[in-house]
Each structure stands twice: as C-alpha cells, then as structure tokens.
Design a protein. Structure first.
Length: 306
C-alpha cells in the first residue's frame, strides 16, 4: 500500500512538472536564432558561416576599403571623368581574390537641370551605379544603374552614401553576397521622415543579382512644430539567417521593433504642461527566397500613428 501511494505521488509530481513547463513557440525560437551569434553553418570547407547579419543598426560596421588607384582605372574603363565621381559618397569591398564591388555616386551632365516657377533650380543630378570589376586591370565584369537612388541637389528627398557592410554574408554554404544600406530623408524640420533601405547583391554568371532589394531596416514617420512638440513612430530591425533553406538559400529572420514617442512642450498661456510618452511593440518576420529574390510585402502600416 505504501509503495502504491509513493508511486502515485511521484507520477503526480512528474505530471505537474511537465504540465507547467513552458514550450517556446516558433517566434521565440526564431528570435533566439537571431540573437545567437555563435551558431554557425559549416560548409564543405568547414569554415564557420556567421548567421547574424546585424542585431541592431548601431552595431553595423561599414567597409573602409576604397582602392582609389583601382577606381581611377575603373573610371577610365567606364569612359567617365574621375572628377565626376563623388568619392565621399562612394563605397567598395573586395568580393573575392579577383573581384571588387563598387557603389559609385556620379554626376550626370546629360540630365537637364529642372526649373519650376515656384521653386529654385534643382541643381546637379547624381546617379548611383553598382559595379563588379577585375582587381588586376579594372575591367568591368558587370554594371548597373539604380534609378531609384538618382537625385537632384535640391530635391525634397535626399539619399545618403550607400554604406557597404564590412563583412560579406553567405546565402548558403558557398554563395557570398554583399550587403549595403542607403538612407532616404526629408530635408524638413516639420516632416519627420527617414528610411534606411537594405540590399543584398551577388555575382552570378557575370551579372549583378539583387537577391534582396531595398528592405526597410529603419523607418521614421511623424511631424513636429520645429521645436519641442512632436509625434514620431520608428521601426528598427535586426536581421539573421535561419538554419532552414528555401530554394537553396537560407531563410531570413527579421525582428521588428516599433516605438512611438509623443512629446509636448510646455505652454503656460494655454495651460499645457510639458510631457512625453513612449510606447513599444515587437514583431517578427521570416522571408524566403523564391528562386529569384527574397520577395517581401512592403508593410507601411503604422502601429501607433493614426
């Protein structure tokens, strides 16, 4: 009888432990994958492949490579003036032992300077160009303009330099890709808009292949009175590769952190006291490679702003 009671007690205890144990859901597991910088994929060469692309934007390291001697040769091969290249707004990285990748910002003299009765002259037009070149002789392997990043001096929306990440990323065990981001922003104290767009490119059969194009990794929307009163919603992301592959490339895991800040400056005349409010929401997204690109649905819904 005592043995029966003891056995029942043990079984009840074990059942209770199992019942109370928290089983992580898919989102929690994927989020932990993102935060795990030490996990790696091992390819045929047994070298570890880093899964994490970036945990947050503040930790991103830009490539400092810029072979100006090679760039001079490239300009000659492109039949453009070296002086037409905006060096401060251009970037490069070595893709492999034979190839270098450039993102160039160049002045386009063949574009007409636009004028408007209500606005000042638009100024010079600047174009963004992607290039894979031979590191030995600067010969052009592949080139492509990005019309989405062309801009005039005095346009309301301006584009920053395209910042190339310091390290290549691997789409699978054997396929490297170059990661870079470009910021678009409004030149206004009233309209609070800026967006960092993230792109992944690789070289396939001597052609530039954009496997991920202009994914928003930071997005700010809001308005201000130009002083201490404003409301602004901000999206910031983290990005990593999953262990799972679709059509040969690792799935992308993206953490989304939405924040909303509202602030009012004090106005004694109207009886308004200074105050501020901050709200936060977290979401997670997985993007799969469809055989051509990492296709995603652009989500411009505000989580807090009306």
């Amino acid at each position: 009888m005592k043995k029966t009671i003891l056995l029942s007690t043990v079984l009840m205890f074990l059942f209770s432990c199992g019942k109370n144990e928290k089983v992580p859901n898919d989102a929690e597991v994927e989020y932990q994958e993102l935060l795990s910088e030490t996990q790696a994929h091992l390819g045929l060469n047994k070298k570890p492949i880093k899964k994490l692309i970036f945990k947050n934007l503040d930790e991103i390291e830009d490539s400092k490579e810029m072979n100006l001697k090679l760039l001079s040769v490239v300009a000659s091969n492109l039949k453009i003036k070296y002086s037409d290249i905006k060096i401060a707004e251009s970037s490069s990285i070595n893709f492999d032992n034979q190839t270098t990748f450039f993102v160039l910002t160049t002045v386009a003299h063949d574009k007409k300077v636009l004028k408007s009765p209500d606005e000042k002259e638009m100024g010079n037009y600047f174009q963004r160009k992607y290039l894979f070149v031979n590191r030995e002789d600067g010969s052009i392997i592949a080139e492509e303009f990005d019309e989405n990043l062309g801009y005039y001096d005095n346009e309301a929306i301006q584009f920053s330099k395209s910042h190339i990440l310091k390290e290549l990323v691997f789409l699978n065990e054997n396929t490297p890709a170059i990661a870079f981001y470009t910021e678009a922003s409004a030149s206004s104290r009233i309209v609070l808009y800026s967006e960092k767009k993230f792109t992944l490119v690789t070289l396939a059969d001597n052609e530039i292949k954009k496997v991920l194009y202009e994914y928003p990794i930071r997005l700010t929307n809001g308005d201000s009175n130009g002083s201490g009163t404003f409301q602004v919603e901000t999206l910031e992301t983290g990005m990593s590769f999953s262990d799972h592959k679709t059509n040969g490339y690792f799935d992308l895991i993206i953490t989304k952190n939405f924040s909303y800040e509202e602030a009012f400056e004090s106005d004694a005349e109207n009886g308004i006291e200074e105050k501020s409010d901050l709200k936060i929401k977290k979401e997670l997204e997985k993007i799969k490679y469809n055989g051509r690109e990492y296709a995603f649905h652009r989500d411009d819904r505000h989580r807090f702003l009306e």
